[in-house]
Design a protein around this ligand. Structure first.
Ligand code: AMP
Ligand code: MG
Length: 402
């Protein structure tokens, strides 16, 4: 835990990330249908239950003949389509028409592709024959018992296709986190409503929802008035337990900022109550057992930064990833103009691969409430504390954002 003594300096982004990597534990795993498992972390090794492919299959549309048969003319004695199982001993001078994927009727055969033969009724003439047997042999992809997907793998569409092909239809994956998001503030109105003077539209709720979709999480969301008692009863009325509680706004030290008191009331231990980064200074991180709560700064750009740095690390750990370095190296495509600042800054930017290098174009932002950069932003550049601007071509660290 980072001590909360007022005289201690506020923790840096790296310190908060290290703290989260230390306290967050992977959630339990559960058997899940394949169509719900994309992007989830596999929590068991999966082995091939039998040889892959499980039987010799034709790689081509063509004709199966004996490998040791030197004839050029054959009698077509049967047809095998994909899905058929028609074992038989082929004699010299006999051929079986076979489709791609069809099970070979026996051993010691070769498939001559359709393009290399002439057919007249039941008579087949081989025009061209080479040493390619055109067979996908049993076990050539993998042997029974071989590990095909390691525990800890994030299931991509391709990995899911592999699981489907071996009949592993309900893999053990990390369960999805249950997330509750409360947007606080008397000034916020839904986006479809026209705000009165003094009011603003709630942009954080849609940001949070879209951000969580990346992890296939659908949060429970509520707008709550700036009223501590009302917010308390909102939380106590919620039946389901949550793994992650996100409270937008009220994380600062204003008279009406009650997030800290709210979390303490519900037995959360406050781990962080202020940070040394910009935007995103007012941030609360708290925990109760394996539950994590964030009091996120209401300002939308600060919200974006805290989600992409800290909530992301939490969700990564919850899902069962090893602690990852979320920062990547890149090069500035243009000058980053900023005044000197005592705090480390996370600067919205657009990253693009150009000639094999990740190039970052810093975007304009005027304050932590300025959302305009987010139309293009896909990255946050880390600008060290006390730095006053960076030249084009400077090597920087950045976080790709969601
Ligand atoms: P707070 O963190 O509650 O002090 O809010 C800081 C700033 O963020 C204030 O200007 C709020 O109006 C603004 N804000 C708070 N919640 C939201 C929200 N859900 N959407 C957009 N702006 C917000
Ligand atoms: Mg507020």
């Amino acid at each position: 835990m980072i001590p909360q003594n007022q005289n201690r300096r506020a923790p840096s982004a790296d310190e908060i990330i290290a703290l989260l990597n230390g306290v967050c534990q992977p959630l339990a795993a559960a058997r899940t249908p394949l169509h719900e498992a994309a992007g989830r972390v596999l929590r068991e090794p999966v082995c091939a239950p039998e040889d892959q492919p499980p039987f010799d299959r034709s790689a081509m549309d063509g004709f199966a003949i004996r490998l040791d048969d030197a004839n050029l003319e054959f009698k077509i004695v049967d047809e095998i389509r994909a899905g058929d199982w028609k074992p038989r001993e082929l004699q010299a001078g006999e051929a079986v028409q076979i489709s791609t994927g069809g099970a070979l009727p026996g051993d010691g055969l070769q498939v001559v592709m359709k393009e290399n033969v002439r057919v007249a009724g039941k008579i087949l003439t081989v025009v061209e024959r080479d040493s390619n047997r055109c067979i996908r042999f049993r076990g050539e992809d993998a042997r029974a018992g071989q590990v095909l997907v390691e525990s800890g793998t994030t299931l991509t569409p391709g990995a899911l296709a592999l699981l489907a092909s071996i009949g592993h239809a309900k893999p053990m994956v990390t369960r999805l986190p249950r997330v509750l998001h409360l947007a606080t503030g008397n000034e916020i109105v839904p986006p479809e409503q026209t705000p009165l003077t003094g009011q603003i539209r709630d942009s954080n709720s849609v940001l949070v929802r879209a951000f969580l979709r990346h992890w296939q999480i659908t949060p429970q969301q509520k707008r709550v008035p700036e009223d501590e008692a009302a917010a308390k009863s909102e939380i106590s009325n919620l039946k389901s337990e949550v793994d992650l509680l996100l409270v937008s706004g009220g994380a600062s030290v204003g008279e009406h900022d009650f997030t800290r008191r709210l979390l303490e009331h519900f037995g959360f231990e406050i781990l962080v109550c202020k940070t040394a980064l910009r935007p995103g200074r007012p941030l609360i991180v708290a925990r109760r057992g394996n539950q994590i709560a964030f009091g996120l700064p209401g300002n939308p750009l600060a919200h974006f930064v805290c989600l992409n740095l800290f909530v992301r690390v939490t969700l990564g750990k919850f899902s069962g990833w090893a602690a990852e370095n979320i920062f990547q190296p890149g090069t500035l495509a243009a000058k980053l103009e900023s005044g000197r600042n005592a705090r480390e800054t996370f600067w919205p930017a657009r990253s693009e691969m150009k000639s094999g290098e990740m190039k970052l174009t810093p975007l304009r932002w005027s304050s932590s409430g300025d959302l305009t950069a987010l139309a293009l932003a896909n990255s946050l550049i880390r600008v060290k504390a006390e730095s006053s601007g960076l030249a084009a071509g400077a090597v920087v660290e950045f976080v790709p954002t969601i």
